[in-house]
Write a protein that binds this ligand. Structure first.
Ligand SMILES: Cc1cc2nc3c(=O)[nH]c(=O)nc-3n(C[C@H](O)[C@H](O)[C@H](O)COP(=O)(O)OP(=O)(O)OC[C@H]3O[C@@H](n4cnc5c(N)ncnc54)[C@H](O)[C@@H]3O)c2cc1C
Length: 461
């Protein structure tokens, strides 16, 4: 290995996603994950191990350029199945939802993640599921959501719903190491990659983590997103008890996200993301910088991955619809049994259908990533499956990728400033302006959109 790395090297290079796998394996009793000033989880810098360069860290950090990439990992895990550059290896792919009970109504999309996790437990294939649940006393412990291990059907079902909020794996990895059993882990692509890298280093984890359930991912937000909800819904942040990032209303299109906050006096407030200054997912507000250097949208190293079917007619169906990519024959059989028993309503689709549902994410992580890789990068240089390329993207696309990058970077800083001087208006005004410029460029909306349209017409004359 050319160059050994430490957690500090990765954090300083803006490549730390905050998964906590380094803390889990640190062998240092005081090592822990904590929020940085921007509301992102990072390894606490106070300990010696943080700057210690080691082969183990270099091999297991999911953003380390020396770690195995998604193709290398997946080819070892799923060697017998077909490979597509967009969605990785696959046995089969499906679109649909859970028919059984209230899984669909309780899930963010079609309820498939919770159903598969529950079914693995019911069939006796696992003893527990590491997933993400709401924290009981978020204001006291400083986190709205955290990973925990569910061991009953009821506990698994408590975890339903997507949490666009920082979480980390260190505690559950340590629990899995300590308590024998067969576990499934639910996670976004880089977290599942981290788990697979850890499994390669540690035979206990290899033996005990028997299934991985991946979530498709556009990007990870910082904890400040929730504070921004509070500012814009005009409620005191300290009174928020629970957050639902995607309050479900079956009567409205699934892609009209609505955020709901439950306050400690029992009241609720909610707002459509579209009416929030920073609610356009595509603009990249509060995105973790490491997401700029990720090339896996669909959790290519997971035994099964789940996303939203962002194409019509499914996107308009407020009840929610999943796309699913299956790589494990055992889980595939679980799905086939569910379809045969009319507990699942799934239709087989091909890889290009799945890619179509994630067109924007794939553009950002392939063409956009290739373009970002041509920029100067401070510190550890990311090594991706995509080669640097600044010639293929059209000029307008380059503007969009650049704008998104700077909106992400500055949203963290401006929010921090507005928070420290207690002037929400500063952040809200800035984010409205940044959003308007982004909309002009990306969708030709508003005055800026008109100007950029006229400018491109002038150029083609
Ligand atoms: C940060 C993030 C970004 C996403 N981006 C996209 C995207 O760009 N395109 C797309 O199609 N889908 C994306 N998804 C996935 C999508 O939101 C749904 O989670 C997915 O479709 C499964 O829905 P479901 O109804 O089957 O799951 P549910 O039945 O609602 O179950 C969700 C499961 O995921 C677990 N979970 C929730 N949040 C997290 C988290 N942060 N980390 C780990 N586990 C978690 C829950 O504990 C639960 O087990 C994203 C999810 C997250 C968390």
């Amino acid at each position: 290995m050319d160059k050994l790395l430490s957690p500090k090297d990765i954090v300083r290079s803006g490549l730390c996603i905050g998964c906590g796998s380094c803390v889990a394996r640190s062998h240092s009793p005081g090592a822990q994950m904590q929020f940085d000033p921007y509301g992102q989880l990072k390894p606490a810098p106070a300990r010696r191990w943080y700057q210690l360069r080691s082969e183990e860290f270099t091999n297991t950090c999911p953003f380390s350029p020396a770690a195995k990439n998604e193709d290398q990992l997946a080819s070892q895990l799923f060697a017998a199945v077909q490979h597509e550059t967009t969605v990785g290896y696959l046995q089969a792919a499906y679109v649909g939802h859970v028919e059984e009970d209230t899984y669909r109504a309780q899930g963010s999309s079609g309820g498939m993640v919770t159903w598969v996790a529950t079914e693995l437990l019911r069939k006796g294939l696992i003893d527990g599921v590491a997933h993400v649940v709401a924290s009981e006393n978020p204001q006291a412990n400083g986190r709205f959501f955290h990973y925990r291990i569910a061991r009953t059907e009821a506990e698994i079902r408590e975890g339903a719903k997507s949490r666009y909020y920082p979480v980390e794996l260190s505690e559950i990895i340590r629990t899995i190491q300590a308590i024998p059993g067969r576990y499934a882990v639910v996670g976004i692509p880089c977290f599942i990659k981290a788990v697979q890298l850890l499994r390669m280093e540690d035979w206990v984890l290899k033996e005990r983590i028997v299934f991985t359930l991946g979530l498709f991912c556009g990007h990870m937000k910082s904890a400040r997103f929730v504070e921004s909800f509070a500012w814009q819904m005009k409620v005191p942040f300290r009174q928020i008890q629970q957050v639902d990032f995607r309050y479900k209303d079956a009567g409205r299109p699934a892609n009209w996200y609505n955020a709901m906050l439950q306050l400690n006096n029992g009241e609720t407030v909610n707002k459509d993301w579209w009416h929030l200054a920073d609610g356009d997912w595509g603009a990249g507000f509060f995105m973790n910088n490491a997401c700029n250097f990720c090339d896996d949208v669909v959790a290519e190293t997971a035994d099964i991955s789940f996303g939203d079917a962002w194409v019509e007619p499914y996107a308009s169906d407020g009840k929610g619809t999943n796309v699913v990519v299956v790589r494990s024959p055992v889980i595939h059989q679980v799905l086939l049994d569910g379809i045969a028993g009319a507990r699942l309503q799934l239709k087989e689709v091909d890889a290009s259908f799945v890619a179509q549902t994630q067109a924007a994410g794939l553009r950002q992580r392939r063409e956009g990533l290739a373009y970002r890789l041509t920029w100067n990068h401070r510190g550890v240089k990311p090594l991706k499956r995509v080669a640097p390329d600044s010639t293929t993207p059209a000029k307008q696309r380059k503007w969009i990728y650049t704008m998104r990058y700077y909106i992400s970077a500055w949203s963290h800083r401006i929010f921090r400033l507005a928070r420290s001087i207690q002037q929400p208006r500063l952040y809200i005004a800035w984010s409205r302006l940044a959003g308007a410029v982004y909309h002009g460029l990306a969708y030709h909306k508003g005055k800026i959109g008109e100007m950029s349209k006229r400018f491109s017409q002038l150029k083609t004359r």
